[in-house]
Design a protein around this ligand. Structure first.
Ligand code: COI
Length: 356
């Protein structure tokens, strides 16, 4: 990599000429949308399978005002990231896991979905077409956002007659404005993210709209985000608006079990395996809100969030803090292990990396 005043040149895996990166401020990426060059689109009718998609110039899409996704929320999304390695190669992290999760969600939302191969191929195509938007090593990643939506027309409540699978990408840095510094959460006691039998366990768009009110109120009070409790007992931890949660006590790391109301995060699943491989005991179980009181560390995981240490949690007006300054040892260790794998700096013993 060779930085000059305005352009950064990196080796390109798809051609032997140096690739000119997009001219943006690579040192100050946050988690915000930035338009790139291409998006991928594939359509199919209800009762049929997706067959052929294509890259198009990135831009607005047309939807009939009566489209199912706009009226009844028949839509799912995914999130994954591409990293640029020092040798110029591009890495994806477990993309087939996103494909499986999309397929599970599509089944719940009465939608057809691309096959795992179609999904992964489409992701690769979209990333390569937008190669110049992948941040230089250490500056961030290219966030990949697949969408599956009911784009057909319905007025009465029913699955729509047409579906669109779309992928767009945007270069991103840290999700929280705190960067990697610990975040401050508030436990929400009135509003819930999901209910048993509902759609909390799939990545449907409505799950995210449902948290906006509590999240906005929390942010107004100066908190980074909201930690939700289960809607039946109002006592067990569920997840944070955009990520899963882990509680550390000694050598034991506990996280709420997947039981239909919690998103089965791919980072969550990966951290469980990484932690176990490092000798931690990981428990997936009901975790009570009271356990936050004597935890050593708390951290959140997600594709966008990666691993975010929690500095404090406020519950019913009481604030519990973790660590006196900065990131806890366990959170830091797991963060380093995961990100070294994702960025191609560590041996991929788990076979999780797809190199383009
Ligand atoms: C992700 O982590 O990729 C997500 O989809 C969460 C989103 C709210 C940014």
């Amino acid at each position: 990599v060779n930085d000059t005043a305005n352009t950064v040149r990196v080796a390109s895996p798809t051609s032997n000429v140096a690739l000119e990166l997009a001219e943006i401020d690579w040192d100050n990426l946050g988690f915000g949308f930035m338009p790139t060059d291409y998006m991928y689109i594939m359509k199919c009718s209800q009762g049929e399978n997706f067959s052929k998609g294509e890259l198009q110039r990135f831009g607005n899409i047309e939807l009939n005002p009566s489209a199912g996704v706009l009226n009844y929320g028949q839509g799912l999304f995914e999130g994954l990231k591409a990293y640029r390695k020092h040798d110029g190669n591009i890495l994806l992290f477990r993309p087939e896991e996103n494909a499986f999760r999309l397929r599970t969600g599509a089944e719940r939302m009465c939608m057809p979905s691309p096959s795992v191969d179609q999904f992964v191929e489409a992701v690769k195509l979209t990333v390569l077409a937008n190669e110049r938007w992948i941040p230089p090593p250490g500056k961030g990643s290219l966030y990949i956002r697949p969408l599956l939506m009911g784009s057909g027309v319905v007025l009465g409540l029913a699955p729509t007659p047409e579906y669109t699978f779309l992928i767009y990408v945007s270069p991103v840095g840290n999700y929280f404005k705190e960067g990697l510094a610990p975040i401050n959460l508030i436990v929400e006691t009135e509003m819930h993210r999901a209910t048993p039998g509902g759609t909390g366990g799939v990545k449907t768009i409505g799950n995210y709209a449902a948290v906006l009110k509590a999240q906005s109120a929390a942010k107004e009070k100066g908190f980074s985000d909201v930690l939700y409790l289960d809607s039946v007992h109002k006592r067990y931890l569920e997840e944070v608006s955009s990520c899963n949660v882990f509680v550390v006590k000694g050598n034991v790391i506990s996280t709420p079990a997947i039981k239909g109301t919690i998103l089965p995060g791919i980072t969550r699943k990966s951290i469980i395996d990484v932690a176990r491989s490092q000798g931690f005991q990981v428990q997936e179980r009901f975790v009570t809100v009271d356990e936050l009181l004597d935890a050593d560390e708390v951290f959140c995981t997600g594709t966008a969030v990666v691993i975010s240490p929690v500095g404090s949690i406020t519950y019913l007006g009481k604030r519990v803090t973790y660590g006196s300054d900065g990131v806890g040892v366990v959170s830091q260790k797991l963060y380093s292990s995961l990100t070294s794998l994702q960025m191609g700096l560590a041996e991929d013993e788990m076979n999780w990396i797809v190199e383009l």
